[in-house]
Design a protein around this ligand. Structure first.
Ligand code: AVJ
Length: 318
C-alpha cells in the first residue's frame, strides 16, 4: 500500500479527526491514541516491513491457511457471490481468495481513498475479468453497498486479525454492523490471531531489528509532521507487553525522561516513565472466537488453523 506524492518532512494537510483524536488522547489518563493513525505512508511502509520479519508470524501464517482454506470456502459459499473486503486489499492475501472463489464482483472498502485506488488498480490488472468497485468509507459505520449488487449474496472478508485491534465491545459492534451492511444470506471470512506463549507473542511486537519500535514511534513523527508538534521522539521507548488478563498485546510509548512539547500550539508535559498507549492486539482462543462471532450475530460454520495453532480463520453465516 503506497500513499503517493508526499515528500518526507513536508507539512501535509492534517485530517481534523486525527487532530481531535491526538489532542483528546494526550488529555486523558492513561494517555491513548487509536491505532488506526499508525497508517500514514511511512507507517504503511513500516507495517509492510513488519509482515516480513522473522518474529512476526501472523501474515505469512494466515496466507498459508488461506491457501488451504479458500478452495473449501468456495465449495461452501458457492459461486456468484460478491466479495466485500473490509480494509482494502493487501498485496498477497486477497488474490488467494479471489483465485479460489472467482467472484464476479469485488468491493474493497477503505477509509483512505489513496490506498483504495492503488490496490484496486493492482487487482484489476491481475484479474482482468473482475469488476472491482472500490468503496471509500469507514467500515465501522453501516454502509449501503452499490445498488448494482443489491441482489447478489455477499462474502465478507476481514483478514489480518484487524478485529484484534478493537476491544470486544467494539468488535461485536463491528460484526453486527457488517451483518447489516452485507445483508441477507451473507457469509463472513475472518482471521483472528490466537492466544499463545508470550515468548512468541512479545517478540512479534518487539522485534530484534527494531522495525516495530520504528512503526510505533512513527506515530509521534506523524504528529510532529501533520500537527506541527515538537515531540522529542528519541525520548520515547517502544514497549510491547502481554496483558494476560485481557488476552492482548499492548503497545506503548514510554517517556525515558521528563519531556515538554507542544502539539498544534498546545503545551503538554510527561514525566519519565509515563506512557502513551498506542495499540491493542487482542488474541482469541477458538471458543473465544466463536463466542465473539455469535455475539455479533454470526454463526460459525467452519474454521481452519495452521499446524502450530498460531492463527485461525473462521467462516460464518449471517
Ligand atoms: C494489522 C492490526 C493486525 O495487531 O498484529 C503489527 C498491527 N502492530 N505490529 C497486529 C501491528 C504491531 C497488526 N494488525
Amino acid at each position: 500500500m503506497l500513499k503517493p506524492e508526499i515528500e518526507d518532512g513536508e507539512q501535509t494537510l492534517a485530517d481534523p479527526a486525527f487532530r481531535a483524536d491526538v489532542l483528546a488522547g494526550f488529555e486523558r489518563r492513561p494517555r491513548a491514541i487509536p491505532a488506526r493513525w499508525f497508517y500514514d505512508r511511512r507507517g504503511s511502509e513500516l507495517f509492510e516491513a513488519i509482515t516480513d520479519l522473522p518474529e512476526y508470524y501472523p501474515t505469512r501464517t494466515e496466507a498459508g491457511i488461506l491457501r488451504t482454506a479458500c478452495p473449501e470456502v468456495a465449495e461452501i459459499a458457492g459461486t456468484g457471490r460478491a466479495v466485500v473486503e473490509f480494509g482494502s486489499g493487501s498485496s498477497t492475501k486477497t488474490p488467494i481468495l479471489l483465485d479460489a472463489v472467482a467472484p464476479s464482483v469485488y468491493v474493497p472498502i477503505d477509509i483512505s481513498g489513496d490506498f483504495l485506488r492503488d490496490s484496486s488498480r493492482v487487482l484489476s490488472a491481475q484479474f482482468p475479468d473482475l469488476l472491482v468497485l472500490p468503496f471509500e468509507a469507514d467500515f465501522m459505520r453501516p454502509l449501503s453497498l452499490p445498488q448494482t449488487i443489491a441482489e447478489t449474496p455477499k462474502l465478507g472478508f476481514f483478514p489480518g486479525s484487524t478485529i484484534g485491534n478493537m476491544i470486544p465491545l467494539m468488535a461485536v459492534d463491528l460484526l453486527r454492523t457488517m451483518r447489516q451492511s452485507l445483508g441477507l444470506g451473507a457469509m463472513l471470512l475472518v482471521g483472528m490471531d490466537r492466544i499463545k506463549d508470550p515468548d512468541i507473542l512479545v517478540p512479534a511486537y518487539d522485534d530484534a531489528a527494531g522495525v516495530t519500535a520504528a512503526f510505533n514511534r512513527n506515530l509521534l513523527e506523524r504528529i510532529n509532521r501533520e500537527l506541527g508538534g515538537t515531540i522529542p521522539v528519541d525520548a520515547f521507548r517502544h514497549r510491547a507487553i502481554w496483558n494476560d488478563d485481557r488476552a492482548r498485546i499492548e503497545m506503548h510509548l514510554e517517556a525515558t525522561r521528563d519531556v515538554e512539547f507542544t502539539i498544534d500550539g498546545r503545551p503538554f508535559s510527561m514525566a519519565a516513565g509515563e506512557t502513551i498507549h498506542t495499540e491493542n492486539s487482542h488474541k482469541y482462543g477458538q471458543r473465544d472466537a466463536k463466542i465473539l462471532l455469535r455475539s455479533g450475530g454470526w454463526t460459525p460454520i467452519a474454521a481452519w488453523s495452521d499446524p502450530d495453532g498460531l492463527f485461525s480463520l473462521y467462516l460464518a453465516e449471517a
